[in-house]
Design a protein around this ligand. Sequence first.
Ligand SMILES: [Zn+2]
Length: 407
Amino acid sequence: MALSVGISSELNLSTPPLPPSRQVDCSNDAFAFWKLPVECRAPLAASLAASERVISRYLFEEYLSPRERQPSLALSCYYLIKGLIPIGLRHHINALAIRARKRLDFPRWPCETALVDFWRDWLRQSLQRLGIADTLHIGFWPHGHRCSIVLTHDVESPFGFEQIQRMTDLEEQYGFRSALNFPLNQYRIDWRKLDDLKARGFEFGAHGLAHDGRLFRSEHDFSALAPLLERFANEQGLVGFRSPSTLRNVEWIKRLSFDYDCSFADTDPYEPQPGGSCSVFPFFLGNIVELPYTVPQDHTLIHLLRRDPLPVWTTKSQWIASMGGMILTLTHPDYSGTQPHLSTYGELLKRLNDLECAWRALPSEVALWWRQRSQTHLTIKDGVPLLTGPGGDRAAIRRLSEEALAK
Ligand SMILES: [Zn+2]
């Protein structure tokens, strides 16, 4: 039977973005990931700095050259004429460009295991070093949930805006809520029309200013546009960000005052800036919590690859669930809000609804949890486990031998 636990209708939209000074343990090292008992930390200290270097290489796409970690010159030229090309022709040109582009050998798509393999190996070696076969850790999700499901949408145009209701109604039928991201200076957004959705437990985020390639074109452009983006987002109480076309720069995103970012994928070779963090779990991007999208986009599958999205969506979601990770979808009302794609999305929701013991959460809730988990500590005194810290009341103490990812 499907469980529908963990749904929260609590909204966080009136909360202003956290100041950059918020300080939590923003480490992404292997200890911070597994959250073993604090007593284990000192004997493993020597391996932690090295683990963070390896992990950062994946998370921040350092396996790519610096040139590959920024929008290409050809892309900047494309944005100059993009507005003149009708949308159907644009999809066609993009599909041809994707096919002509040299495929990256790494990360693999749709599933890349390199980081998962590293976390597992580190854990196995660490337990050996400690001379133990098993121990406890702080579970990845609150209240003992086995994985998490986060639904997000980018609303690209007035047409997409009109289709929102159909997608959100469908989500509610299955007991889900989602986050909708809007480009804040691309078309007129009637925020009053979204009041009802807000009251029903949906969340809104900033999808940059516009799909014009400017925000990450140069540091000069970023410095000029980021304050405007933050001001528009502040006016609407938006705490989440996804970059238009997922163009990104690790160091610049860290400077934004958002609570969370969703501009990275775990693996996405089909975006204008291909790559991926290899992570199906949240991680820290400075003080920002990064929530990578982990399920291939509808736009990629429908318009670029011309494939039925459902088989890939199902396989990937099941793979993530089997490891206890975060299933984070990115779909667009512009593409999935009309038939036949709306029915396909409904089928995905039905399958996600069948996943047992999954935490259904809004991005802001996952970001808050990941911060709390990072500040919560597990100690074992005289054989008795004890949790201290802000996540202590909802964190689950789990045995590693019962954790799928540890096997
Ligand atoms: Zn977009």
